[in-house]
Design a protein around this ligand. Structure first.
Ligand code: EPU
Length: 423
């Protein structure tokens, strides 16, 4: 089978303006949420990425009518024709957020059969909290041969769900399940990420009553019928915005990222300022300028509004050329440093201790053949390639395509020398 690789000739300063796409992690939640609507539903500002294409295939497999215009980023979903409630393993393997189909199908049809997501290259991805939440709403949930079989013959009934840890997926899945439950569901220790708020806003736009999204207690008053009334546009991608901000600093560039939400970026902005970069915020744009050499920093990944784990990888790539020693603690996933091991081939100096990476900045990285182990590792290697002297060849580009829309075009537009080759 033909394999694609990304080729980057580093050392080009990125300059100019770039527009951010719609959020991946919102898109993969809002598309299954469309199952809850009794009327056709229009979703706008969706990125044309692999995870969205798999979401379309999943809805079509279930029997929904989907009109998807990837150029315009607009999708129309008519869930009234859904005639099955099982998601095949092949689709679950291609998209980690497939667990949201449990909450959505259970809420609308009282049953769902969805294979477990299993582990992945960034660590374990259990969904015990999702399952606990569904059970608290009265669902019978069993795992048979690696597939979650959930059933609520007489519908779900609202209840109190206390999450043992802050989980983005668990919070969204329970919100979806609770949307059509009888009575009120209260989620304690809820996640606060921007995509939780966006999913809640989408549910509210269909007539649900979700309050408190963005805080750690969310209340959902279920309604028996949800129906879409107007098109809903997903929020801009927080992680793509951050990746482009880091790319600007990494190439000592001057880049304005438009169409973003600067308040979602505070944790990263604070670190870039600490490193010596300049960051200017406008209502819906951020300009990042490098003011010379960057200083090394220390940071820990945390739940929102802390430093996001999804930006740890691109940021730690940038730190490989910052002066002095940087320390990065990864608190969310257990193996999210594989990109740094790859970057050792490019001259990075890194010591890894379980959840901590200690990075000694080097003046210059050099191009090498490297392999992406997951989506954000791929983004980190792109940053590394942009900084390095010579040519970097990144394999496993399919991971990058899962979550970044037109990344090469956007970087080329800013002056990067980046292309794809097929072997
Ligand atoms: N966890 C459990 N049990 C659960 C759920 C989570 O133990 O039932 C643990 C996980 O193992 C992890 C932690 O809780 O250690 C947090 O996991 P969370 O549920 O918050 O992550 P997720 O919902 O699986 C989403 C994003 C990830 C992002 C994390 C953390 C989507 C589709 N994915 O995953 O995004 O890293 O939140 O912010 O929203 C990415 O975009 O590259 C990506 C991996």
């Amino acid at each position: 089978m033909a394999e694609e690789r990304m080729l980057i000739t580093g050392g080009q300063r990125l300059e100019g303006a770039v527009r951010v796409s719609g959020g991946k992690n919102t898109a993969v939640a809002i598309i299954p949420a469309a199952i809850l609507s009794q009327t056709p539903c229009v979703i706008e500002n969706l990125p044309s990425i692999e995870d969205v294409h798999v979401s379309v295939e999943t809805l079509q497999h279930l029997g929904a009518k989907v009109l998807w215009d990837p150029r315009e980023g607009i999708m129309q979903v008519d869930a009234s024709t859904i005639n099955r409630t099982d998601v095949p393993l092949e689709l679950c393997r291609r998209m980690r957020a497939s667990s949201y189909y449990i909450g959505a199908l259970l809420a609308r049809f009282g049953e769902a059969s969805v294979p477990l997501p299993g582990g992945c290259n960034i660590g374990r991805r259990p969904i015990d909290q999702h399952i606990k939440g569904m059970r608290m709403l009265g669902a019978e949930v069993e795992i048979v041969g690696g597939t979650v079989m959930a059933r609520a013959r007489d519908g779900l009934i609202g209840g109190d769900v206390f999450m043992d840890m802050v989980t983005v997926g668990g919070t969204i899945n329970v919100m979806l399940a609770a949307a059509c439950a009888q009575g009120i569901t209260t989620i304690y220790n809820a996640a606060k990420e921007p995509h939780i708020v966006d999913t809640a806003n989408f549910l509210n736009s269909m007539g649900c009553k979700v309050k408190g999204a963005g805080t750690d207690v969310i209340r959902v008053r279920g309604v028996s019928h949800l129906s879409s009334r107007r098109p809903y546009a997903v929020i801009p991608d927080q992680i793509e915005t951050g990746t482009l901000m880091i790319a600007a600093a990494a190439t000592h560039g001057d880049v304005t990222i438009s169409g973003c939400i600067p308040t979602h970026m505070e944790a990263l902005t604070a670190k870039l300022l600490e490193m010596g970069a300049r960051v200017d915020e406008r209502d819906d744009a951020i300009r990042v300028r490098s003011m010379g050499a960057h200083r090394g920093v220390t940071f820990k990944t945390q739940v929102y509004p802390g430093f996001p784990t999804d930006l740890q990888q691109p940021m730690s790539a940038l730190l490989c050329t910052a002066t002095g020693t940087s320390t990065v603690v990864e608190n969310i996933f257990e193996s999210r440093f594989r990109h740094l091991m790859e970057m050792e081939r490019m001259g990075a100096r890194v010591r890894l201790f379980e959840q901590t990476a200690v990075i000694e900045g080097v003046p210059q990285l050099h191009g090498a053949a490297v392999e992406a182990s997951d989506l954000r590792a791929g983004a980190a290697l792109v940053i590394a390639g942009l900084m390095a002297q010579g040519t970097t060849e990144i394999s496993n580009t399919h991971y990058i395509d899962r979550g970044y829309e037109h990344l090469e075009d956007k970087l080329q537009g800013l002056g990067a020398r980046i292309s794809r080759v097929t072997y």
